[in-house]
Ligand binder design. Structure first.
Ligand code: 5AD
Ligand code: SF4
Length: 445
């Protein structure tokens, strides 16, 4: 009989891709079908995130909700892995709270999940395996991809930056870069298979290959990937502003495949807060980089991450963040309330900001960001933008896809257009999404 799996993913795109890797391993181990609900699956895997407290709470709630199901169906397996379990003592705490969990694994042994499944099959008691140290990189692509025509490709793992608020360096270890030739081969294979948008993933892509002793820099890697290739979209995330330099700006300008939408997290607009965050740039330096990028790449847009309520943040500091948002003219921004993460430097700082103040600030920031987004939407009206069609929305009966700048566009079509570039003439841009009609001059597959 076919066994089924259900994976619950929390957090970022890195985790979404790692869930594709877990799906690949499950499929190679007899779980040949995806089950739409956790309650009916033969195995449920929670791929957790711990970057903010609410991501952890969310996972804890969902794991707890399976207790009853497990009691009724003890043969079902429950596995919990990812960033949350990689924190000190987290696996023990999890086992204590949820003794019915069968497998606990970390971020450093995701590639070995198949071996953990085999261990569980051979023993009655739970398998708990959280390696302290990062292991060797697996260069093979065994993921089961579910996001055609988009594909994610890891270029490096871990982070060396130790921004004072961030748990990532503790749970994902030091920077380790993949072999450039394996990356290029994986991307070219994906393009040969018909994938049309590739997103390169790393916590800080600008320091790619530093741990390999230089070799191929990140901009050089972009050139190698695009060499001899036709039309496709290349994106990358995340760039740390402190390392965002001229060589990369040049590559963005020269390579037509590189999307002219760069994600460059600023976090805050106050130099005092940026220093406490250990970001190693000032607001002015950040804005100068944006200016250099826009000068060399006219029309290039920028998205960002912003945090409010970092320890000791005053009203004046916060207003500097608002001022920076007004000046930077972001295409969109992801906004977060600072979350105290045990083990980080900021968690020990005095002057933690009360929740009411954090809430009031995030509301003001979100309002400003939304106002900017609506303004940008309106500018689309009557214009033509090219989208890469990625799905069909059954409820609305419309195809959908994103343009180069990440905007979602919807349109009607009688034939399946998934995987195609379609030029849309925008007829409605009242919300965040765009609606339009194909202008008939679209490119082929
Ligand atoms: N609290 C709130 N937001 C955080 N981020 C990282 N750590 C925290 C934290 N402790 C945000 C940053 C980062 C994004 C991925 O998550 O803005 O860029
Ligand atoms: Fe966290 Fe900073 Fe590394 Fe990003 S660069 S993962 S925010 S420590």
């Amino acid at each position: 009989m076919n066994k089924s799996y259900h994976i619950v993913t929390y957090g970022c795109q890195m985790n979404v891709h790692e869930s594709e890797k877990l799906a690949g391993i499950l499929r190679a181990n007899g779980y040949s079908e995806e089950c739409p609900t956790a309650e009916e699956a033969d195995i449920v895997v929670f791929n957790t995130c711990c970057i903010r407290e609410n991501a952890e709470n969310h996972a804890m709630g969902n794991i707890g909700a399976l207790k009853k199901v497990k009691r009724a169906r003890p043969q079902m397996l429950i596995a919990v892995g990812g960033c949350m379990t990689q924190q000190p003592d987290a696996a023990q705490r999890l086992r204590k709270k949820f003794p019915f969990v069968d497998i606990v694994f970390g971020t450093h042994n995701l590639d070995e999940f198949g071996a953990l499944l085999a261990r569980k099959a051979a023993q009655k008691k739970a398998v708990v395996a959280i390696p302290e140290k990062e292991g060797a990189i697996c260069e093979e692509d065994y993921s089961y991809r579910t996001s055609y025509p988009n594909a994610w490709v890891n270029i490096m793992y871990g982070c060396n930056n130790f921004c004072s608020y961030c748990i990532v360096p503790y749970v994902r270890g030091r920077e380790r870069s993949r072999d450039p030739e394996s990356i290029v081969r994986e991307v070219h294979d994906l393009l040969d298979k018909g994938y049309r948008e590739i997103t390169l993933l790393g916590q800080n892509v600008n320091s790619y290959s530093a741990d390999l002793g230089g070799g191929m820099s990140f901009p050089q890697l972009l050139y190698r990937i695009c060499e001899g290739q036709g039309k496709f979209r290349l994106r990358f995330m995340t760039s740390n502003p402190k390392d965002f330099g001229e060589e990369l700006i040049e590559a963005i300008a020269e390579l037509p495949q590189v999307c002219k939408l760069i994600h460059l997290p600023v976090q805050a607009g106050s130099d005092r807060i940026l220093k406490l965050m250990n970001r190693r740039y000032t607001a002015r330096e950040y804005l100068e980089k944006l200016e250099a990028l826009r000068k060399r790449v006219p029309g290039c847009k920028v998205t960002t991450d912003i945090m409010v309520g970092f320890p000791t943040e005053t009203e004046e500091d916060f207003e500097q963040t608002l001022a920076l948002v007004r000046r930077a003219d972001f295409a969109s921004a992801f906004t977060f309330v600072y979350s105290r993460r045990s083990g980080t430097k900021a968690a020990e700082m005095e002057g933690q900001i009360p929740e009411e103040v954090q809430k009031e600030r995030i509301m003001r920031l979100v309002e400003l960001v939304n106002e900017k987004t609506r303004e940008k939407s309106r500018a689309y009206l009557g214009k033509t933008t090219e989208i890469l069609v990625e799905d069909f929305d059954k409820k609305r009966g419309l195809y959908l896809g994103r343009d180069e700048y990440g905007r979602m566009g919807y349109f009607q079509s009688d034939k399946d257009r998934i995987g195609e570039f379609v030029r849309l003439k925008i007829t409605d841009a009242s919300g965040i999404s765009l609606y339009g009609e194909p202008d008939g001059r679209e490119e082929h597959k």
